[in-house]
Design a binder for this molecule. Structure first.
Ligand code: UD1
Length: 433
């Protein structure tokens, strides 16, 4: 089996070489996963183009297959999903527990089959990840939900539109309610819906497939989505292009900032990267855009400094998913940075590994303070979750000597080929057993 296909391989790199060249940004994981779940609702064939070849997508495809759907991958990045023979409402533990996003299958399956049985979902270990808001939203739509052993079961003779007010915005809970409400009787209003671009993409996909969702004028302004329920038979298969991954783009921008050099990113969702580009510019790199690509130049190392304070927050503010790549870059920038993590409680698991590489980071509660400008030293470190794993690769690209990132399977949950991408930019990096 190729290294690329294995989870237990390590990534080995020899750092301190500036990056240079062009890189194509893969399709968005967080946009593609809910769209794949949405295919469950559509009694026909959908074709998704530009799906990233990552393990979380493989896992979602396995979940779809387990329900009876026919899922075919064509030419690597095109996935055809035919759900006409879907009838199984129990999802297999192996895949549900492997990925947090499996929980959004609940809304889709209630809409399609009127029942679902799942284990508590898994995913990256980045703090408490309850699903109370998901269940609250589905119950408001009329689902009966109960637990049986390790399983959550939900059943609805008929889902009915409702007004749902989320006490705080949750990407997954918003997606789950949208999916359940598309074919519910009557109108559903979601207040304080998540505003992430992946929510917009899900609504856009569903509307193209025959749903009736108002979001364009209201979501970004007031956090409101209105879903007018339609008959299941009105939904039809479509061909859909997955948008580019803003988090992968941001990861590579931080890599260039940290390692130095000049990198052009192609296929970038430029409009979704404002807070990230502001941060990168604030840290001294130059970013140019020609409308379809972004170029980051961090050749002048004397200009690379830390901003005093950054906090993660919901879109359009600085994304929690880029907090670890930011921490890695902050280790090499001069000066002090305080990062406050406002979304997930345990998202500082990477700190211990960075400290082993010589980083000066102190964590107190939800804030990490990095004193940058230190030389990182190559070590063997362990990827414990997706974004933290990618951030350790960034640290390795900056460190002296050899860095080995073990358990790279976590990284492959979200990055198609991080090794190939950085090797294409001139990094001395490879997979090793
Ligand atoms: C999604 C993204 C993930 C990103 C996160 C925040 C996908 C597949 N994943 O995750 O990459 O880091 O948004 O932008 O798109 N919460 C509750 N109860 C709930 C649901 C959430 O308390 O029922 C809390 C969470 O613990 C967290 C916050 O709400 O503190 C935000 O979580 P949420 O937006 O739901 O994240 P995910 O959808 O899991």
């Amino acid at each position: 089996m190729a290294h690329f296909d294995r989870n237990d391989v390590s990534i080995r790199m020899e750092g301190k070489k500036p990056l240079g060249g062009r890189i194509w940004i893969q399709g968005s994981k967080n946009a593609a996963l809910p769209v794949l779940a949405a295919c469950m609702l559509i009694p026909g064939t959908c074709v998704l183009r530009g799906c990233p070849a990552i393990t979380d997508i493989e896992c979602m495809c396995s979940l779809l297959k387990s329900t009876g759907a026919a899922v075919t991958v064509v030419d690597g990045d095109r996935i055809e999903i035919d759900t006409r023979s879907v009838r199984e409402h129990r999802l297999p533990e192996k895949h549900v527990c492997a990925m947090r996003s499996s929980v959004i299958m609940m809304g889709a399956m209630l809409g399609r089959l009127g029942e679902v049985c799942v284990n508590y979902p898994g995913g990256c270990v980045i703090g408490d990840r309850p699903i109370d808001l998901h269940l609250y939203g589905l119950e408001k739509l009329g689902a009966q939900i109960w637990t049986e052993g390790n399983h959550i079961r939900a059943y609805a003779d008929e889902l009915k539109g409702a007004v749902i007010h989320f006490p705080f915005s949750s990407v997954g809970a918003t997606q789950n309610v949208i999916l359940a409400a598309v074919t519910a009787r009557g109108t559903t209003v979601i207040n304080n819906a998540a505003k992430e671009p992946e929510i917009v993409e899900l609504c856009r996909f569903l509307n193209l497939a025959g749903a009736d969702i108002d979001y364009a004028g209201t979501l970004l302004k007031s956090g409101r989505i209105v879903i007018h329920g339609v008959e299941l038979s009105r939904l039809h298969g479509i061909t859909y292009n997955v948008i580019a991954d803003r988090i992968v783009a941001g990861t590579y921008l931080f890599a260039a900032l940290a390692a130095g050099g000049e990198v052009a990113l192609e296929n970038v969702p430029i409009g979704q990267l404002d807070s990230i580009c502001d941060t990168i510019r604030g840290m001294g790199a130059v970013i140019d855009s020609d409308g379809s690509s972004l170029t980051v130049n961090a050749c002048d190392r004397d200009r690379i400094v830390n901003l005093p304070y950054i906090e993660t927050d919901v879109y359009p503010d600085f994304p929690t998913d880029l907090q670890s790549p930011l921490l890695a870059a902050a280790c090499v920038a001069r000066g002090k940075l305080a990062v406050r993590e406002r979304i997930f409680s345990s998202r500082f698991r990477i700190v211990e590994e960075l400290q082993r590489m010589g980083a000066d980071i102190a964590v107190e509660g939800d804030t990490a303070v990095v004193t940058g400008g230190r030389e990182l030293e190559g070590r063997t470190v362990i990827a414990r979750e997706l974004r933290g794993g990618a951030a350790l690769v960034i640290a390795g690209l900056c460190a002296s000597g050899i860095t080995t990132v073990a358990d790279s399977g976590y990284i492959r949950r979200g990055y198609q080929d991080i090794v190939g991408d950085f090797a294409g930019l001139g990094a001395r990096i490879s997979y090793v057993d």
